[in-house]
Design a protein around this ligand. Structure first.
Ligand code: AMP
Length: 283
């Protein structure tokens, strides 16, 4: 098996990648926070379809976690992650320290509006600024031709598409579909927090999204569908942060085009889960 280069410093990463670029090879980047599962690995497979050389990053980014969130307890499985990425044929793994990304005196961030408004931001106000800042730094360190992000974090994907376009960062952002467990639960590093009992209930989050889609296809009103789904989720133990039907690109209201996205975030015990599905055009 080809062993990827594991690199911790931006200067070394740039040197490594400039050699690759000199060979006229294209580069794809897959940013992650580690604790890798099949969903992450599917992004690596998509990356291989778009570029000659795949770079993955592993960085649990402190600036996207709020006070009292799970930064300290976030699962860290670096050695297993490296082995998984090696078996997917990744060329290079970038694992910076927090100090490398945020040296003493660091004081800048990317400011966002548009698709960053509401939804996650209403519950995690600093989240997208933290994500956009670290993704900008990763993109400028790697300078990839393409970068792959999961639709699992759908609002994040739209935010990244928007700010890379607005800031003229020369990269093509590609969204990849959500990989799910056999019972429908979206794969997530945070699923590891769920107790066996919670794990059984967790699949209902996706099941309720699918129910909503079925009800909407029967032309039931969104308000009624939303109320029913929130009641169902609450009754089985979820605390729902939001369940919203939005324009699939702007994520704002009113829905301008006929492409719609249904997005949900809910806590089950201490674990906060998010999910989303495409909703076909209203007939
Ligand atoms: P994370 O490590 O959770 O920050 O995720 C890194 C990347 O993997 C992001 O672009 C996520 O959207 C994506 N991702 C996470 N879970 C899944 C999944 N179940 N299917 C596809 N992509 C995913």
């Amino acid at each position: 098996m080809h062993q990827p280069s594991v690199i911790n410093q931006i200067s070394e990463l740039r040197k490594h990648l400039s050699n690759i670029r000199r060979q006229s090879k294209t580069i794809a980047l897959v940013p992650t926070m580690g604790a890798l599962h099949q969903g992450h690995l599917s992004l690596i497979q998509t990356a291989h379809q778009h570029a000659d050389c795949v770079v993955a990053s592993i960085f649990v980014n402190p600036t996207q976690f709020g006070v009292g969130e799970d930064f300290d307890s976030y699962p860290r499985t670096e050695q297993e992650d490296i082995e998984k990425l090696a078996s997917e044929g990744v060329d290079c793994i970038f694992i910076p320290s927090a100090k490398e990304m945020y040296p003493t005196g660091f004081c800048s961030s990317v400011d966002l509006q548009g698709p960053a408004r509401e939804l996650e931001t209403s519950h995690r106000p600093h989240f997208f600024s933290g994500v956009a800042t670290v993704v900008t730094k990763l993109l400028l360190s790697v300078m990839p031709d393409t970068a792959i992000f999961g639709e699992k974090d759908y609002q994040q994907l739209q935010v990244i598409k928007q700010f890379t376009r607005d800031l003229n960062i020369p990269v093509k952002i590609i969204g990849a579909p959500t990989l799910r467990e056999t019972d429908g639960l979206a794969m997530s590093s945070r699923n590891a927090y769920l107790s066996p009992a919670e794990r059984k209930i967790a699949a209902q989050l996706y099941a309720q999204l699918v129910n909503c889609e079925a009800d909407l296809s029967k032309n039931q009103s969104w308000q009624e569908v939303q109320r029913k789904a929130i009641t169902n989720l609450t009754q089985i133990g979820f605390e729902v942060d939001y369940l919203e039907l939005r324009d699939s690109q702007t994520l704002n209201l009113p829905i301008i085009g006929n492409q719609r996205r249904l997005l949900v975030a809910a806590k089950l015990g201490k674990t906060r889960l998010i999910d989303n599905i495409h909703i076909p055009a209203a007939s």
